[in-house]
Design a protein around this ligand. Sequence first.
Ligand SMILES: [Cu+2]
Length: 288
Amino acid sequence: MMSKSARVWLGLIAAASLLSLASSCSNKGPETEETTGKVYKPAGNEGSVTGKISFTGAAPELKKIDTSADAQCTAKSPNLTAEDWVVKDGKLANTFVYIKDGTLADGTKVGDWSFETPKTAATLDQNGCHYHPHVLGVMVKQDINIKNSDPTTHNIHFTPKNNPDWNQSQPNGAAPLVHKLNVAEVLVPVKCNQHPWMKAYVGVMKHPFFAVSAEDGSYTIKGVPPGKYTVVAWHEGAGPGTEQKMEVTVAANGSVTADFSFGATAALQSQPSSLPMLPAIEFPMLHK
Ligand SMILES: [Cu+2]
């Protein structure tokens, strides 16, 4: 025969189990994308896709940003310029290059596999009233540490299509915010509700095969299993995003080059991607 106190304890344990079950269920909203494939383990014969992103034609003039709506921004970044085209010596930065799909040497598809989410957080810093970096690649469910390094309030606003909208105010001196996206999406526009000129793009991928071109236009995607792939280079362009594709074959332990070119001619010929951007609308500061 069970004592009274034992029955009470059993009841409490059962209630606690039910509660934890309920809370774990409620964490799984419709936006959660379960990875079903077998986890890819590197075989040691992975290769890489590398290349340079060029800008053809005359580099667009740098557009100075009017930061007068926030004196703190003007003081810290008196010469802020738009980052839609960052061109240096004919090379283009901030291009998101990724493997869209393809077939591994063993006949499986990239999409058949799941890939471990990095334990290290990515960082998106608001510094000088613009985002560092301007284009960021992360994996699904990877933490993004959002820092405010400015002496002013920012309001970071992720505006995805396949993930929930996320909109957070972050006063100066506030601790970093952490955000993650559960569904793959290329690319998620990020804006600041306080400073309409602030824009960033976050590419959210199911796999780690992506990179962002540096100031010298170079990029490298490492750890790519041997196989045949479609590589896409995406750049925000002047308004609607622009993307280009190339088929590549990565040999075992090999490195394949995939160079892309954007610019006046390329922008006219390319199809707009699914990321239309409205022209920036200047809003008055909500407070100050
Ligand atoms: Cu801001």
